[in-house]
Design a protein around this ligand. Structure first.
Ligand SMILES: [Zn+2]
Length: 134
């Protein structure tokens, strides 16, 4: 089992490689690694991150297949289903580190703030308009 401190160190080192442009993630998806993961997984960290296409955890932390257990939702918020996924991974795989990964320029957060400042329509009216067939 990987300790929380060791897991955090791995993530920081991976992020440094990503920032420096020296990421190794292609090697982490080699055929031999895929074979190793056929029957089981041993992720060393759980990441609750945003669905934003610019912040995929495996890429920004330069990790490979089987390294991270990732839950992604716009705005990296938690609902009971996300909590259940986190608890599942911690219990099933013995993962000791949970990271809630926010990021700058989050579209989901910006949209939420805009809606709070200037409520436009009720969600039901907006949904009906978006689903209208012309
Ligand atoms: Zn976001």
């Amino acid at each position: 089992m990987v300790s929380a401190l060791e897991a955090l160190t791995r993530l920081k080192e991976g992020n440094r490689r990503f920032v420096a442009g020296t990421a190794m993630r292609v090697a982490a998806a080699e055929h031999s690694r895929r074979i190793e993961l056929l029957d089981d997984q041993e992720p060393f960290a759980i990441i609750l991150g945003c669905s934003d296409s610019r912040v995929p955890a495996e890429i920004v932390f330069d990790q490979g297949l089987g390294d991270l257990f990732v839950i992604r939702v716009a705005g990296n918020i938690v609902a009971p289903s996300q909590i259940g996924s986190i608890e599942f991974a911690a219990d099933r795989y013995g993962v000791r580190l949970v990271v809630v990964l926010g990021h700058s320029g989050c579209g989901a957060v910006i949209a939420s703030l805009e809606e709070l400042e200037r409520p436009s329509e009720t969600p039901n009216k907006r949904h009906a308009r978006n689903c209208e067939i012309h």
